[in-house]
Design a binder for this molecule. Sequence first.
Ligand SMILES: C[S@@+](CC[C@H](N)C(=O)[O-])C[C@H]1O[C@@H](n2cnc3c(N)ncnc32)[C@H](O)[C@@H]1O
Ligand code: SF4
Length: 378
Amino acid sequence: MTDATPGPLTTLAACLPLGLYVHFPWCVRKCPYCDFNSHPLKGSLREDEYEAALLADLDLELERYGERAIDTIYFGGGTPSLFRAATFRAIVDRLSSRAAEVTLEANPGTVEHGSFTAYRRAGITRVSLGAQSFDAARLERLGRIHGADDIRSAARQVAAAGFESFNIDVMYGLENQTVGQALSDLAEAIRLAPPHISWYQLTVEPKTEFARRPPRLPSADQAAAIEDAGVELLAQHGYRRYEVSAFALDGHRCAHNLNYWRFGDYVGIGAGAHGKITANGRIVRTTKPSQPRLYLAGAAGANVAVRRDQLATEFLMNALRLVDGVDPQLFVERTGLALESLAGTIDDLVQWGLMHPDRLALTAQGFRQLDGVLARFL
Ligand SMILES: C[S@@+](CC[C@H](N)C(=O)[O-])C[C@H]1O[C@@H](n2cnc3c(N)ncnc32)[C@H](O)[C@@H]1O
Ligand code: SF4
């Protein structure tokens, strides 16, 4: 492990990469597995009002951090694709410089013909399509509002609209799912040639419909078998795993998400959006009111400084999700802590063959036991 000395966070903040996350809290219907801040749309979408609230929110944030350029933007949800292109254009245009990557999450059940061209013209550079599965019965069980043909049609439209990149979200470890069935979903996604695939293992989150009426999930061994086979299939088609659930062709990693995992800063606007900002020698986490009604009424959010004793764990919980991990110097730069604070735990993990000696990165064996390894740093 290289020797590195702590740097003052105050001077480093100005050159930290900065992302902008914009949350859209409505969906046509709530999926039974989802614990994101998303609310079923009742009545008509308050598009004008929400756009105005976002712009007011953004102006306030820019006043605080305005001298720092925004590198990436992520329009996430909920279902941002319920909104018209003009809303995204208004936000993109409010910034003084062009962000290098601008992602829009889109639900294949909400996009009409021609929308993607309009989104592209509004400044979106990358689309993320929520597919989840290509099996009709599973899509139904997952409460999705689209069929497999809607996914295929959306992917074709995205490709034709000329985006620089796009992603397809697929889930595995679904009810009674076999390795063959999970691979068939992945193969369908690969056939659509997205440069990026996010492949998530289904988790049952508290307070969701699935928590109340749990599906029969595959055993841990079965899920591990699906994972191994899926990683191999993806690799055969050129998709390199770079984070637990993220796979990309060369040159198509998601810069916005990489910034989260590398403990960079991001401004969060919109109902329930989270931000992380390094300023005045502290790292502050920001949260906006999650109820759309309160957010629209201009209710204040909360800002909480990350305690010094939480910083190392927070950093590692992100960085060790990356297959290549990070350079140890990044830990020093982004937390302001000395690497020596981790030395004992790292030495143990290196000895056990779970961590590399010269990077903050897990070995293949360590990666398989990510949760256990992270627990060592608590
Ligand atoms: C915030 S969602 C937004 C995508 C978009 N709203 C949609 O569903 O089409 C991002 C992705 O997280 C994944 N996801 C959500 N809940 C999950 C869960 N409980 N377990 C695993 N993956 C989940 C899904 O693949 C989903 O597409
Ligand atoms: S569409 Fe996406 S954000 Fe909305 S409820 Fe379903 S998974 Fe959650």
